[in-house]
Design a protein around this ligand. Structure first.
Ligand SMILES: *Cc1c(COP(=O)(O)O)cnc(C)c1O
Length: 365
């Protein structure tokens, strides 16, 4: 007798390992491993979450109407073409299942977000990567990697874990160079943090055709990662596909209520943005001043590269920081074993990171 076998591809998936949150023997933990909002959720989101507790026996609004309408009004989008998901991860997975399968290729850049490989393999498709330049997506390399089997191109813009972005002009050039039958998914999970005038999250490319989707999340700027809430802005046909394939009640009522309250609490979002605008350049400067290589992140995290010598490398840095209670994220899974990714935290946490790194570098002498 043989046990039931999963479909080809599934056992090739390296299970996603979330950021760690505990160190044995350490009580004061500084968790900077998952790019969660430094200041926590909006107090109004917490109140909205609590307010629905007595209604938890009711199914949620499966169409997420109030949230879709609020998002559409803010960004001047068509609410009928917004689809909400249990985190944007769910939407990335559904897009793969709906548009790719065995024999198809799913393309993304070299150090692109890990979910793309997982989603591709889960539907039996083949993940394909294109080399980056200066740890940044390279449009020419992506276009060169397109084959007749390519079905989907995922572009995290800006990208996690590198923190880098490409301009709206470059994204437009990517779209223009792809065959019209290839779905371009622009994953703009960190869009709310980006303050560059040549950046766009990609809604205008969704509007311009029938083959581009933009994904967004409430997990980063809105600090609701624990609730699982994201959304996609789609051409009409693709919204119709997502609404057929997703579970009818894929987003729970606490997530819908808290998400809507967080979205309306613009003062709190501005506070979070201002916090990042202050600490991101501070962190980039201080880390560079220690002689460590750091990418020019536009997100709420930094990617730090260490020398490839025993005692000075990323593994040693990780161990050193952990001895001080600081948990960053090792990057071997992203093909960047020389790097650590560290999220921007609260004031005292950021100071502890720089102090820890300074001590680590001093220990080399
Ligand atoms: C965090 C992240 C997401 C999605 O997170 P969800 O919590 O599933 O919404 C998607 N893309 C990138 C690049 C991310 O870093």
């Amino acid at each position: 007798m043989t046990a039931p076998a999963p479909r080809p591809g599934i056992m090739d998936i390296k299970p996603y390992i979330g950021g760690e949150s505990q160190i044995e023997g350490v009580t004061r933990i500084i968790k900077l491993s998952s790019n969660e909002g430094a200041l926590g959720p909006s107090p109004k989101a917490m109140a909205a979450y609590q307010a629905v507790a007595s209604e938890m026996h009711r199914y949620p609004d499966g169409s997420a109407q109030a949230l879709r309408e609020a998002i559409a009004a803010r960004y001047d989008l068509d609410a009928a073409r917004i689809v909400c998901g249990a985190g944007s991860d769910e939407l990335l997975g559904i897009l793969c299942r709906a548009y790719a399968g065995p024999g198809d290729e799913v393309l993304y850049s070299q150090h692109g977000f890990l979910m793309y490989a997982i989603a591709a393999k889960a539907c039996g498709a083949t993940p394909v990567t294109a080399p980056e330049t200066d740890l940044t997506a390279d449009v020419d390399n992506l276009l060169k990697a397109v084959t007749p089997k390519t079905r989907i191109v995922f572009l995290a813009n800006p990208n996690n874990p590198t923190g880098t972005y490409i301009s709206s002009e470059e994204v437009r050039r990517l779209r223009a160079g792809l065959p019209p039958s290839v779905l371009l998914v622009i994953d703009a999970a960190y869009a709310e943090f980006v303050g560059r005038n040549d950046y766009s999250a990609g809604a205008e490319l969704v509007e311009a055709g029938d083959n581009t989707v933009m994904c967004r999340t409430f997990s980063k700027m809105y600090a609701l990662g624990g609730l699982r809430l994201g959304w996609a802005y789609c051409p009409e046909g693709i919204a119709g596909v997502l609404n057929r394939v997703r579970n009818p009640f894929n987003v729970g009522s606490p997530a819908l209520a808290a998400g809507l309250a967080a979205f309306h609490d613009t003062a709190y979002a501005e506070l979070c943005k201002a916090h990042n605008d202050h600490w991101l350049p501070w962190m980039l400067e201080r880390v560079a001043a220690l002689g460590l290589a750091v990418t020019p992140s536009v997100c709420n995290f930094v990617l730090i590269r260490f020398p490839k010598e025993a005692g000075r490398d990323a593994a040693a840095a990780d161990k050193f920081l952990r001895s001080r209670g600081i948990i960053g994220r090792a990057m071997g899974g992203y093909g960047l074993p020389e790097a650590l990714r560290i999220t921007i935290g609260r004031d005292d946490e950021n100071a502890a990171v720089v102090e820890g790194l300074a001590e680590f570098v001093k220990s080399w002498k």
